[in-house]
Ligand binder design. Sequence first.
Ligand code: HEM
Length: 305
Amino acid sequence: MPELPSGAATPMSLVDALRAVAGLPPKARASFCWGRCVRGTYAPSDQAKEITKSRSLTMPCRVLARFSADCGIANAVGTDGCSLRGFSFRLGSGNQRSEILTQSAPVHFARTSDQMLAFLQAHMPGPDGKPDMAQVAAFSAANPETQRQASYLAANPPPASLACTTYWGVHAFPATNARGETRFIKFKVMPVGQERRPAEDAVKSTGLWRDLEARIAARDVRFSVMVLLDRPGDPVMDVTIRWPDEDGREAVRLGTIVITGTEPSEACDAAVFNPANLAEGIGHPPDEIFAARRAAYVISRTRRR
Ligand code: HEM
C-alpha cells in the first residue's frame, strides 16, 4: 500500500500524494505522466499587444510543447479514453520565455492545498489497488467543489483526438499591456480547422498518439491561443469555479500555434514546464493553488532526474 503523506499540505506532500495515488514508477512525472513531446511555431495576432506586453506572446517564436494525459488511478485515465488531458507549451526564449500549462477542463479539483491533499488521500488505493468508495463518497459530500472537474468531464467528454481538444489554463492571470493597464485573463486554447477533420471514430482505431502523428504530418494540428477577459467581481481566487457566463464572454485571440513535428521525449523531459515561468507582461495568478504549483513542479522534476 502506498505511504500516505500526513500533516499540513506542502508542495512536497502534494507531489508525494500525486505519485502515491497514481502508483507511479520512480521516474515518472507526478501528474500527466503519459505524454508526447512536439515542436511548432507561434504567430501572434494583431490584438495580442492590447492584452499583454509579454514578448513571449507578442513576437513570433518557436514552440516546444507536450501533449499529455493524466494516468492517475483517482481519475481512472486511459490514453485512448476521455480522461483529463494536458497541453503544455513554451513560447519565447531566454528571460522572455513563458510556459503555459493547460488541461481539458476549465476547473481544478481543489480550492486549497489542504483540500487537494485531502482529496488525494481520500482517493488513495488500498491493498486491493482500489480506493475505499465509502471514504470517497464521504469526502465528496463534505467537499462538493472537488466534484466539479469530474462533473465537467462527464458532461463534456473530450473528443477522441488530442488535436480536437480544447484546453484551459484554469487560473486568472494578471496581464499588463504596453500602456501599463492590467486586467485578469484566462487562457483557453482552442483547436482550429475542426470542420475539415476526419470522423472521430478513426482516432479510436489508431490511438491517440498515432492520430496526432498523422495530423502533424498533414500540418493539421493548430490551436488558437485565446484569452477570456475579466469583469468586475470575477472570482479570481478560486480555481474550482468558472467565471459567470465564461463560455459566452468576449475572447481575444493572442496568436496561433501550429505543431510542425515530433520531438524525442528527452526534449521535454530534460527540463520542466513550470507555470511560474512567465515573461514580464503576464503575472502570477494570486490564488493559493498556483503558489503551491511553482515549487511542486521543481520537486517533481528533481525526483524524476
Ligand atoms: C490548476 C490547474 C492545473 C493544471 C492546468 C495543470 C497542468 C499540468 C500539466 C499540463 C502537466 C504536464 C506538464 C508536462 O507536460 O510536462 C502537469 C504536471 C504536473 N503538475 Fe499540474 N496542473 C494543475 C495543478 C497542479 C497542482 C495544484 C499541483 C500541485 C501542487 C500540480 C502538480 C504537478 C506536477 C508535480 C506535475 C509534474 C511535473 C513534472 O515532473 O514535469 N499541478 N500539470
